[in-house]
Each structure stands twice: as structure tokens, then as C-alpha cells.
Design a protein around this ligand. Sequence first.
Ligand SMILES: Cc1cc2nc3c(=O)[nH]c(=O)nc-3n(C[C@H](O)[C@H](O)[C@H](O)COP(=O)(O)OP(=O)(O)OC[C@H]3O[C@@H](n4cnc5c(N)ncnc54)[C@H](O)[C@@H]3O)c2cc1C
Length: 464
Amino acid sequence: MSADAVVVGSGPNGLVAAVMLARAGRKVLLLEAAERFGGGLRSAELTLPGRVHDIGATVMAMTLASPAFRDLELKGVEFAHPPVAAAHPLDGRPAVLVHRDPRRTAEGLGRDAGVWLATAGAAARAGLPLIDLLLKPLGPWPPHPMTFARAARFGLAGALPATTLARRAFRTVEGRALLAGMAAHSVLDLRSPMTAGYGLMLAALAHVVGWPLVRGGSQRLADALVAELRSLGGEAVSGHRVRRLAELDAPTVVLDVTPRQFLAMADLPAGYRRRLARYRYGPGVFKLDWALDGPVPWRDPAVAGAGTVHLGGTLEEIALSEAEMAAGRHSPRPYVLLVQPYAADPSRGGHTLWAYCHVPNGSRLDMTEVVEAQIERFAPGFRERVLARHAMGPAELEAANANLVGGDIGGGLASLVQFVRRPVWSPAPWRTPLPGVFLCSSSTPPGPGAHGMGGWQAARLALR
Ligand SMILES: Cc1cc2nc3c(=O)[nH]c(=O)nc-3n(C[C@H](O)[C@H](O)[C@H](O)COP(=O)(O)OP(=O)(O)OC[C@H]3O[C@@H](n4cnc5c(N)ncnc54)[C@H](O)[C@@H]3O)c2cc1C
């Protein structure tokens, strides 16, 4: 097929770019290496027949908040909200709960109620304009002066390491642990700058749009985007890995790949090649999916209503486990990020569950025992509920999706340096030196998450 634009890779970024280009009247060809479209949005029966598991993203807060998805106004995708956005169980105390309402969340934090409202609550009050700015860090500028002022205020706290903000501003075990659990989504050492910002932004998202999931599995969002592309006359081909750019014949090429793959597929000017080669990947994850015969038997029953659960105990423990990971070691008591979709969506064929812990990039260690031990710690009897399990270490994750280099699910380290140099320092990092060739993956701003904003930015540049 001759096309005006070829999009390589069908993760949320590639799909958003493809649909935007097709809506602008371009004839689009989408090529995907895997047998199913979706990248990080894919779902599959990983354990037992009829059990729907998300291989990657489940929690769609960024999708719901994303300017790209708001623009697209997709039909036929239903979001389901769990009664509680997130829970953080603690040994010998009630779990901390993150509700949609910041005040209700603050009530559970005792002496830290005020500081929660002044940090995460303030970011939530700034609302979607602030989130838009964070998801579109490179414009269009200038933002509204009020948004700019709120962003500056957010930046003061957000620029800090999570450990610093937690110890300076928060007083309670609960408040400190909650911030650590949120910040650890960044897959960084919590002593690193900006980790407080990651945590506060995620908390603000829980208050502004919630932490919902797609009813029936994230695959439905990918399928809706592919259907939209096809309805606009675009062609989508799966099971087709692009190895060299020279294979493609179109004036516009949008690549949903990370720098390492781009380096392998293109002849690039030496300077740009050197800059791309400096790009750093982050730690990997070890992910487990389970089919259960009933809900997880949490010691604190309030955790049952949460879509997402942060396991790892106190700030000190979580900070230690993330420091171990950043130093290239495996923590014996890792921070575990767990998602129980059945809390919001009973349509996935029964009680399915997933969790991952962070491991050094490319790790080959089987972390099943330590992850399950962390769950048992807060939910004694969990293992007796397991009907089947499925494990994916970094090698399996990368085999399923070449963008997960060494098991890095963020498309590159989310450090301060790579916040501004993603993948290169440029006012339009989606553009490459090759005419008509754009990068759109999570290795471009604003980075990881199922928001599609890399695709949105690349498509806008391509259409200009
Ligand atoms: C286990 C896990 C849990 C996650 N949980 C969440 C979550 O709850 N919420 C959230 O917002 N985010 C989550 N994420 C992150 C989110 O999935 C990613 O940030 C997002 O999918 C990145 O989108 P992308 O379009 O850049 O790339 P991807 O979604 O990674 O897609 C890239 C696609 O390109 C294809 N491809 C690569 N190379 C080629 C080639 N040469 N030729 C053809 N096709 C190619 C791949 O097969 C893949 O389909 C999670 C990720 C993982 C892995």
C-alpha cells in the first residue's frame, strides 16, 4: 500500500499519532511487530481460559487526563472506577486510603491532613490546566498566568527528592509512606530530585480524574483506536516488524520505538547518533499475573476496594528497596505495585490480579517468592487463593515488546536529566534530523504512561 504516513508501533503513542494523521486526511499505514495491536495496552488470557489480564497498563488516570485522548473523544470505551483509587497497607495499623476526594484522603492522615491538602490537594485544585502543562511541558506556550503560578508552586515541592519532602513536611508514618508509595512509580531512587513531583502528580490525578481502568481490559482502548483508524481508511498490519527505515516508502514516518531501536534501523548523522547513544534506560520490572479463586484476603478489609495497592510498608523500607534497585541489586523486601482490576471491573472472567517489583535492568532473577511474600505479609492466606500464575521478567517483557529494553517499562530512565533531554535536548525532541521522520514513544516527552502525548506531539509536528 502506498501511504502518506507510516506509523511504526501501536502503543498508545503510535495509535494516537496514526488516528490524528488519518483524521487530518492522510492515508496512514500502521505496522506493528506483535500479533496484537496495543503495545502497553494489550490484554491476553495469560493464566486460565476466559481470564483477561492486562500485559501492561491497567490504571488509566493519564489516559483520562490526557489532552490527546480528550481531543480524540473516542466512542465505545468505558472507564470503571474502583471505590478507592489506591491503598497503602501498613504493619499493625490501618491502611492509608487515597480517595477521589482530597479531604477524605486527608482525614486518614491525622496530623498530616494539612500538609496533604497543601501539596497533593493544591495540585488537585489547580486541576486539568496544571496536568495539561505537565503532560505538555514543551508547549504550546505560554500557559495562563494563573496556571503558570500554580505550576511554579507545584515545582517548588515537586523538584525535591521524595525522601526530603516526606521527612521535612510530613510527620506521620502514614503520610510519609503514602508519599513514598506514590513516588516509587517513578522507578527512581527516592533520594533523586523530582521524585516528590512524580508522587504528587499521581496523587493529584487520583483526586482530579480518579485512577480508573478500561472495562473489559486495556486492549479495548487499543482496539477502539485501531477501529477508528480503519474507519478513516487507514490500514493496520500486525505481525510486521520494521527492521530498517529504508523498507518504508512514505513522506512521513512516525516511530513508536525507543532510541536503541531507532539507532539500529536508521543511518543517522554522527552528532545525533552520539546524542541518542547517551540515552539511558532505567531499571526493569518483574511482573506476575494471577488467576485467583476469590478476592485477596487483605488483613485490613478496606484495601479490598482499592484498584491499586502499594506494598512495602514505611517510607524507610520503600526508600531502601528503591535505593537497592538503583544500585543494581535485588531488594529482598521490594516495593510491590499491585493492581486488582476486579475492584472496579467484574467483567474480566473472575478475580485476576497483577503486581510487579523493580529489578536491575536485564535481571534474570525469579522474584516470584519475594513478591508473593510481600503480599502474604499484608494478606495472610493469599497463596491459597492462587489458581494459576504467569511470570514475566525483563527478558520476557522485552520479547513481547521491543520497547521494554531490559524490562524498563518507562522507555528510559525518568531522571531529571532525561526529563529535559528525552531523548535529546531540543525544543521539539519528537523531530529527528531525517526529513519527515519523527519519534513518538515514551522515550520522548512527557515520558511513560498511557497518555498518548508523544504521538499527539509528533503528529502535530508532522502535520505542520
Ligand atoms: C507491566 C506494565 C504496567 C504498566 N502499567 C501502567 C499503568 O497502569 N498506567 C499507565 O499509564 N502506564 C502503565 N505502563 C506504561 C505504559 O504502558 C507505557 O508508558 C506506554 O504503553 C508507552 O506507550 P508507547 O506507545 O510509547 O509504547 P508501547 O506501548 O511500548 O508500544 C510500542 C509498540 O511498538 C511496537 N514495536 C516496537 N518496535 C517495533 C518495530 N521495529 N516494528 C514494528 N513494531 C514495533 C511494539 O511491539 C509495541 O507494540 C505500564 C507498562 C508495563 C509494561
